[in-house]
Design a protein around this ligand. Structure first.
Ligand SMILES: Cc1cc2nc3c(=O)[nH]c(=O)nc-3n(C[C@H](O)[C@H](O)[C@H](O)COP(=O)(O)O)c2cc1C
Length: 184
């Protein structure tokens, strides 16, 4: 079984981010043959074209790790019925300079944890439009939406909701097959 590496990015800078915790749960629940490389956006600056001539180290590192990956997992906070500005900023950086995008053609899956009962569904579907522009290979099902997320983790940030844990298991296992199938 080949060891597939997944670049896992949460679109939140919050220390106790539920979306960061989703990625921690995914790391724990990943099937054999799939490992997650957790990429933090903490030091990624706001996008500014002036910085492209002296590329920020944190951005270059993010891009290199995404390019070296076999696929991407975004954990998507829902902000005002869309995905977070933090995530959009990272997407914009990764797409530059023109023609040197790190996202191009990468297999991708989404997860979201949100306070509302929709579990971030609106954010995910907004995001998918942009991922289509990047020609990312989107796996649509199984989906992972964790609604009322403040009730789904314990004080240490462990995902305690068994339905959500099972959804993650199923999604990651399907993603492994999706990537391997796409290579045939
Ligand atoms: C600016 C802002 C807008 C938000 N808008 C929504 C929303 O549209 N739908 C929703 O379910 N939760 C919304 N929330 C609540 C987030 O789902 C909640 O804060 C969640 O924990 C954010 O993810 P994080 O913990 O990974 O940072 C919003 C939060 C913020 C800060």
């Amino acid at each position: 079984m080949p060891d597939l590496k997944i670049a896992a990015i949460a679109g939140s800078l919050r220390r106790d981010s539920h979306n960061r915790w989703l990625l921690a749960a995914s790391q724990e629940l990943a099937p054999e043959g799939l490992t997650l490389d957790l990429i933090s956006l903490d030091t990624v600056p706001l996008y500014n074209m002036d910085l492209e001539s002296d590329y920020p180290v944190a951005v270059q590192e993010m891009k290199d790790r995404v390019i070296a990956s076999d696929g991407v997992l975004f954990a998507v906070p829902e902000h005002n019925y869309s995905y977070s500005g933090v995530l959009k900023n990272a997407l914009d950086w990764g797409s530059r300079p023109y023609g040197k995008s790190c996202w191009d053609g990468k297999p991708v899956i989404l997860q979201s944890a949100a306070a509302g009962f929709m579990g971030g569904g609106r954010a995910q579907y907004h995001l998918r439009q942009v991922l289509g522009y990047f020609s990312m290979k989107q796996m649509y099902f199984p989906e992972v939406f964790v609604g009322a997320s403040h009730t789904k983790f314990d004080a240490e940030g462990k995902l305690t909701d068994e339905m959500a844990r099972e959804a993650i298991r199923k999604q990651l296992s399907a993603f492994r097959d999706f990537i391997l199938g796409g290579r045939a």
